[in-house]
Design a binder for this molecule. Structure first.
Ligand SMILES: Cc1ncc(COP(=O)(O)O)c(C=O)c1O
Length: 415
């Protein structure tokens, strides 16, 4: 049997596959500090609400049977679209209706479909690229395009704004729009916790409009839900923005509910592609949250439980790093959202992959930073910074995070 080039690409992608395998392998081992994965925390108050919603669904006529026993449309349930559109309109004044919304089986799949609809061979025969204006970016995009090498990206400016603290900023001078057919970014960003400023977003919106291409904003951690964002910034949508949202980080990752808010033209195209790729998404997440969109409780949870939960953990973890990393020459990316801290070890000569292996031997799992820098021009291959960073998920129990950080400090000190 021969695999296609498409199949081969994933099979040979051993780096990321090894990371994922490690996450599975070490998850069950007692004493391991699992600071690597992207799982949101199991927050007891939030879990209580999901449990209550399931009871309500079970007790509401044949709602449960319909939820499990019927397909929705290829992009979800009309009632859900209307409830979400109304909420977005009320909260932000966006002119969205149900026709601007699609549900896809997880936002990972939304991105896969969108990036492939917008890159590769275009209808005029040219090759379209996707621009990532600020590296590092979400590892999960790296191999999503069927046409290889479709991502082009830019090295950021590094603003060392306080001792041991820095923030990446888009370096607009580095942006080259040649062949770019869409611009994309996660906001907040996985892995760094960066939140593109309102000013940066405005400039990216203008750039996209000038080139008549869409701006795809991955809002998996953003507003209005799960709302894991610690900065006072505005969420943005207009007809030229494709907003990818998700129910995963508010605590429902297993329902695989990705949501796209976009122009009717994009939604119609997604609906056609989704029908072929997956027939229909799961309705479970939609059914759980639909009344919570209408009565405002999804927003309440985001603002009053989920966001404060992560903000507290982030602050606690940064305080711990500051008090325990001693003389190490390190810098933490400003924690503006998402569920990770991004740590830069300025004297890490061995590289973050080597550090990852050493930490693994000592029972601490993180994600090495190199994988998050992709699509960069050849001139940035020797850019040391891309080998000196790691991503730490701080959403685990604090004692586990602390233990892990102590080991990280010891190993990073070896260079
Ligand atoms: C930035 C970002 N986008 C998208 C996803 C995919 O999430 P899901 O497919 O669970 O909606 C993740 C998951 O970690 C993520 O971090």
């Amino acid at each position: 049997m021969k695999f296609s080039m498409f199949g081969e690409r994933f099979i040979n992608n051993t780096g990321i596959k090894d990371l994922v395998d490690d996450l599975g392998k070490y998850a069950g081992i007692e004493g391991t500090c699992m600071l690597g994965g992207g799982n949101p925390a199991l927050i007891p108050e939030v879990n209580e609400i999901w449990r209550r919603r399931m009871h309500e669904i079970l007790n509401e006529g044949n709602r449960f049977e319909r939820m499990l026993g019927l397909y929705g449309t290829s992009i979800g349930s009309l009632k859900f679209f209307d409830a979400l559109a109304e909420m977005l309109h009320e909260e932000y004044g966006w002119p969205v209706t149900g026709k601007n919304i699609a549900v896809i089986s997880g936002s990972q799949t939304s991105c896969f479909l969108l990036y492939n609809m917008l890159s590769g061979e275009l209808t005029d025969g040219s090759r379209g690229k996707i621009l990532l204006p600020l590296m590092p970016e979400y590892i999960g995009y790296a191999d999503q395009t069927i046409d290889p090498d479709s991502f082009v990206s830019c090295r950021p400016e590094i603003n060392q704004y306080a001792p041991n603290m820095f923030k990446y900023q888009v370096d607009f001078d580095r942006i080259d729009m040649k062949n770019v057919n869409a611009i994309t970014a996660s906001r907040p960003t996985n892995p760094t916790g960066n939140v593109l400023t309102d000013g940066e977003i405005a400039r990216l919106c203008t750039l996209a409009e000038e080139h008549e291409i869409p701006l795809v904003l991955d809002n998996a951690y953003g507003l209005p839900f799960p709302g894991i964002i610690f900065e006072d910034v505005k969420p943005v949508w207009n007809e030229n923005v494709i907003l990818s949202m998700s129910l995963s980080k508010i605590g429902l990752p297993a329902t695989r509910t990705g949501i796209v808010v976009a122009s009717e033209k994009i939604i119609e195209a997604l609906s056609a592609v989704s029908a072929v790729a997956s027939l229909a998404p799961s309705g479970v997440g939609q059914d759980i949250v639909q009344p919570m969109l209408t009565d405002g409780s999804l927003l309440d949870i985001s603002r009053n439980i989920v966001m404060p939960y992560y903000r507290k953990k982030s602050l606690q973890t940064i305080d711990y790093i500051k008090s325990s990393f001693g003389d190490l020459d390190y810098s933490i990316h400003k924690s503006e959202g998402a569920i990770f801290l991004w740590i830069w070890f300025k004297n890490l000569e061995s590289g973050s992959l080597d550090l990852y292996e050493r930490l693994k031997k000592r029972g601490v799992i993180i994600v090495p930073g190199e994988y998050f820098f992709f699509g960069l021009p050849d001139e940035d291959k020797d850019w040391k910074h891309r080998h000196q960073c790691i991503r730490v998920n701080y959403s685990r129990d604090f004692s586990e995070v602390k233990r892990g950080l102590d080991v990280i400090a010891e190993e990073a000190a070896k260079g």
